[in-house]
Design a protein around this ligand. Structure first.
Ligand code: EPU
Length: 427
């Protein structure tokens, strides 16, 4: 599969376009994926609208179908999921390893059916990405967790619906860990408290869907989530929130190219950290009706930042921001505080002439540098975004291989860029 993919589509980008116009921000990848998993908590229909057309949604859909769920997808981003027919509780390894979100089927299956087993999930190679927080939460609620070969097996000794509420302390405020444990707690007997919960907007959106399904979750958006277990959940419909990372990527593109973009539907209220940093680089940012307008007229100023859990600057915007800082005057220092291997993009940007060095979890960028077209790879979804951004300002043509990584998280990326004037071909 890897070889086939390595030969798969590539982008050929001609640098030098100033981005102008309007772009509509799509539904959020990480919100949609978690909400798809939540559909396993009920036999009734869960309907999601504004679901992005990205390959991570496709592969998670395949996984859900393979365990017996039914999914109906309309071309306008509407997804109807029904888990009445779920009858497989051992997730197929080849589908689980396609992405990271897939492990979030464990909590719902365990709490509703009393059993779930899975190989470790896949996803970007951006660090060790353990799952101890997920498993520790299940154990606290009474599950027996064991390792059988490479698979993790979680069992509720009392059978379906027999997990009990618990006070769960998360060693790290893991996003998918919080979501997995919270989903398990919705159908547990009694009260659960998740201490040191992740507060990311996508976690909050999952809480809203679960409450619409009849769950009783409070403390939403705080690091202490309170969950009163209920005997069953019912169907619900929710619109997936717009993607703050996609919006951030286009905002960076506007600043980088000295352009002027209207980001329609951008979730401004959850983008403070990025917008503060972009302003520090010299961008002009204003809220406009239903979104955000981002422009840059003068020079780009060097700016240092740390990638942090929410409400800090998202680790998913670390690499795109680093691409921007190659165009800034002066030295910028970046500290990655979430993942231990998020520096894969550094080597690719260097191939394009960037003066950037990484020292473990930090990177130092000196600028401005005139980047030049090169043959590079999208090594993960956000590293891919970084080289694509660099290609926009590079002299000449950049060829980006392995754009299947970008397809995982960005809806119609080349079409959107083309509509803003970029010469980009998918070959
Ligand atoms: N961690 C633990 N123990 C665990 C789980 C995580 O120590 O059991 C640590 C990890 O090692 C890492 C940190 O916690 O250092 C953050 O990991 P987290 O679990 O929060 O990340 P995730 O749930 O695997 C989600 C997003 C990522 C995003 C991170 C952080 C999904 C499907 N993925 O991953 O998105 O970077 O949260 O915000 O929701 C992306 O979209 O490109 C992407 C990688």
């Amino acid at each position: 599969m890897t070889t086939q993919r390595a030969r798969g589509p590539r982008y050929v980008v001609q640098g030098g376009t100033v981005l102008r116009g309007a772009v509509r921000i799509s539904g959020a990848k990480n919100a949609a994926l978690a909400q798809m998993c939540a559909s396993l908590l009920t036999g009734e229909d869960v309907v999601l609208t504004n679901v992005p057309a990205i390959s991570d949604v496709d592969t998670l859909g395949e996984l859900l179908t393979s365990i017996g769920a039914s999914i109906e997808r309309s071309p306008n981003g509407r997804l109807r999921l029904n888990a009445r027919g779920v009858n497989v509780f051992d997730a197929p390894t080849e589908l689980i390893t396609e992405n990271r979100a897939s492990f979030q089927i464990m909590g719902p299956l365990l709490t509703r059916h009393g059993f779930a087993s899975s190989s470790p999930p896949g996803g970007d190679v951006i660090g060790q990405r353990p799952i101890d927080v997920h498993l520790g939460g299940f154990q606290a609620m009474g599950a027996k967790v064991s390792r059988q070969g490479e698979r993790f097996v979680a069992e509720a000794p009392g059978g379906p619906g027999s997990l009990h509420g618990a006070r769960v302390f998360m060693d790290y405020p893991s996003v998918s860990g919080t979501q997995n444990v919270m989903m398990a707690a919705t159908l547990a007997r009694g009260h659960s408290t998740i201490v040191n919960a992740a507060t990311e907007p996508e976690v909050q959106e999952l809480c809203h869907l679960l409450n619409a399904m009849g769950a009783r979750i409070s403390g939403i958006g705080s690091q202490m989530l309170e969950i009163e277990g209920v005997p069953e959940l019912h169907g619900a419909e929710i619109a997936v929130m717009p993607d703050r990372i996609e919006a951030g990527t286009f905002a960076i593109a506007a600043v980088m190219t000295g352009g002027d973009l209207e980001l329609q539907a951008a979730p401004v209220a959850v983008m403070d950290a990025l917008l503060a940093k972009l302003r520090a680089t010299g961008a002009t940012i204003e809220a406009c009706e239903g979104g955000l307008r981002v422009a840059r007229h003068g020079a780009i100023h060097a700016t240092s930042f740390q990638a942090l859990p929410y409400p800090g600057l998202a680790t998913d915007l670390h690499a795109p921001m680093a691409a921007l800082l190659t165009q800034a005057t002066g030295v910028s220092i970046i500290h990655e505080r979430v993942f231990d291997n998020r520096m894969l993009y550094v080597g690719e940007l260097r191939k394009m002439g960037a003066e950037i060095v990484s020292t473990g979890s930090s990177a130092i960028v000196s600028g401005p540098t005139q980047l030049h077209g090169a043959h590079v790879r999208a090594l993960d979804v956000r590293a891919g975004a970084a080289v694509l951004l660099a290609a926009l300002v590079a002299q000449g043509q950049t060829v980006i291989d392995e754009v299947y990584h970008l397809d995982r998280g960005y809806e119609h990326l080349d079409d959107k860029l083309r509509a803003l004037g970029v010469q980009i071909e998918r070959a």
